[in-house]
Ligand binder design. Structure first.
Ligand code: BES
Ligand code: MN
Ligand code: ZN
Length: 489
């Protein structure tokens, strides 16, 4: 989907304020001092703004909050939106302001009197992120955001960083769209086609079909999709913006376009939410889009395993034993623990082919991570203190919750199988950890690796600060920052 709202940066010009038709935004800090734009609004409204700023109501607002003054006398605008924000706000405060503006925007144009406000670009990003609306499948009149014009003292500078912000927002929206899309639309083939279309952005995109996957020996992956009419695919996206020949960083995503559980069928209640079970692959795709759009100076490969987990006469049975590309055999006790079977082969392939400097996989892997962390944090599992710290730091800077959980040989022992090298479930206790232990068996010892269990954060039932209910795009911004801060020259 295109940007949900058109955003421009222009030189400050206070003259059009009286006649601006939509909504006019002013910023006022804790001390109540009015800048040039706010002073103009104050004069036009015969000091209504100053009266609000001196009120208890304003005093009670926290940084980033926005309140409307509707139909102000002396102005053509439908409202003045008063944002409480210091001149040098934090990134999160600036984005929060933007998100609140998006909620008050309606279908009106915004005239944002930013002047010398710091982080106007971050305000714009918050605005764009929260203006997103997945209305692809609604017929009839759709609500349409107006456009936002930011009046700033240095428009050229802003326009440059706004391009980076645009790349980030487009990546997040790409992830959200994929994750929100129902499974009859986003089939494995449709998903692969949407990724192939990113070649336009300069990404290399390669699609491996079932015959090729079979030749590579990816039997654990193929076992998940064998009950579905949609063909299993692996898509490899490469962004080569770094030094030629430098080993890439690898991102690997679980792309189960629908998870019925297979023969170990899930219960009916809530099963429709399993359209989001490709959320890990969605994040990988979104990050690759952002990296390409902002022409990142790094080599990054993104691999996704696209597959549908269906029960049928050809589906995998509980008790089946399959051999992974690595060569280890797996006894499939529960066909609903399919994500790890997908990732095992795709991660192994990523390491064999690309010898990456590091690898992060993302997956809506376990319901147990919701029990542990709810919707606030993704679970982080890692063999590397450095990589996990770097990632958690990047996530924190982007306001995306991430919390590390332990791994150890004692948990790994729970995967012991009587007839194969391992089984695919480790029992009810510590379900997210045993899933991570399963994955680690397919990680080479010398590859710094993180597994992100995003089952709780990829898609949520209630709106968040930066997204309406549904897909959040969690992780795109954190991973983009991880790359920018640690893997770019
Ligand atoms: N896709 C699910 C995990 C999930 C649950 C994602 C809730 C999003 C929300 C995964 O494939 C699954 O079914 N996991 C099982 C594993 C179990 C059988 C060991 C689970 O969590 O119940
Ligand atoms: Mn499952
Ligand atoms: Zn699943």
């Amino acid at each position: 989907m295109p940007m949900p709202i058109e955003i421009h940066f222009k030189d400050v010009d206070l003259d059009p304020i009286a006649d601006a038709g939509g909504k006019v935004v002013v910023f006022v800090g804790e001390n109540g001092r009015l800048d040039a734009g706010a002073r103009r609004v104050n004069r036009l409204t015969r000091k209504a703004l100053a009266r609000f700023v001196e009120s208890d109501a304003f005093a009670k607002l926290s940084a980033g909050d926005v309140r409307p003054m509707a139909y102000p006398a002396g102005m053509a605008a439908k409202a003045v939106l008063v944002a409480k924000l210091e001149k040098r706000p934090s990134v999160q405060e600036a984005r929060k302001t933007g998100a609140q503006l998006a909620k008050l925007l309606g279908e009106e144009d915004l005239l944002v009197l930013a002047g010398t406000m710091g982080r106007a670009d971050e305000i714009a990003l918050g605005l764009a992120l929260r203006a997103y609306d997945f209305d692809t499948h609604k017929t009839g009149a759709k609500s349409k955001a107006g456009k936002a014009t930011f009046m700033v003292s240095k428009p050229e500078e802003m326009a440059k960083s706004a391009k980076t912000m645009g790349a980030i927002a487009e990546g997040v929206f790409f992830t959200r769209d994929l994750t929100n899309e129902p499974a009859n639309v986003l089939t494995t083939e449709d998903f692969a086609a949407r990724l192939a279309a990113m070649q336009e952005l300069g990404l290399e995109v390669e699609i491996l079909d079932e015959a090729e996957l079979s030749k590579l020996g990816m039997r654990t992956l193929l076992s998940v999709g064998q009950g579905s009419d949609s063909p299993t695919k692996v898509v490899v996206m490469s962004w080569n913006g770094g030094k030629k020949g430098d080993a890439p960083f690898a991102l690997v995503g679980k792309g189960v376009v629908f998870d019925t559980g297979g023969i170990s069928l899930k219960s009916a209640a809530g099963m429709e939410s399993m359209t989001m079970d490709m959320g890990g692959a969605g994040v990988v795709a979104g990050v690759m889009r952002t990296l390409a759009m902002r022409k990142a100076k790094a080599n990054v490969v993104g691999l996704v395993g696209l597959v549908e987990n269906m029960p049928s006469g050809s589906a995998t049975r509980p008790g089946d034993v399959v051999k992974s590309m690595k060569g280890d055999t797996v006894e499939i006790i529960n066909t609903d623990a399919e994500g790890r079977l997908v990732l095992a082969d795709v991660m192994w392939y990523a390491q064999e082919r690309f010898k990456p400097v590091g690898m992060i996989n993302l997956a809506t892997l376990t319901g147990a991570i919701l029990v542990a962390l709810g919707h606030e944090n993704a679970g982080v599992f890692s063999n590397s203190d450095t990589l996990s710290k770097d990632f958690i730091k990047a996530a924190e800077a982007e306001g995306e919750g991430a919390w590390r959980l332990p791994m150890s040989p004692a948990y790994d022992a729970l995967l012991k199988s009587k007839i194969a090298d391992m089984k695919n479930v480790g029992g009810r206790n510590a379900g997210s950890i045993t899933a991570a232990q399963f994955l680690q068996r397919f990680v080479k010892d010398d590859v710094p690796w993180c597994h992100l269990d995003i089952a709780g954060v990829a898609s949520v039932k209630a709106e968040t600060a930066f997204a309406p209910a549904g897909a959040t795009g969690w992780g795109v911004m954190a991973l983009n920052r991880l790359i920018a801060d640690n893997y770019e020259g």
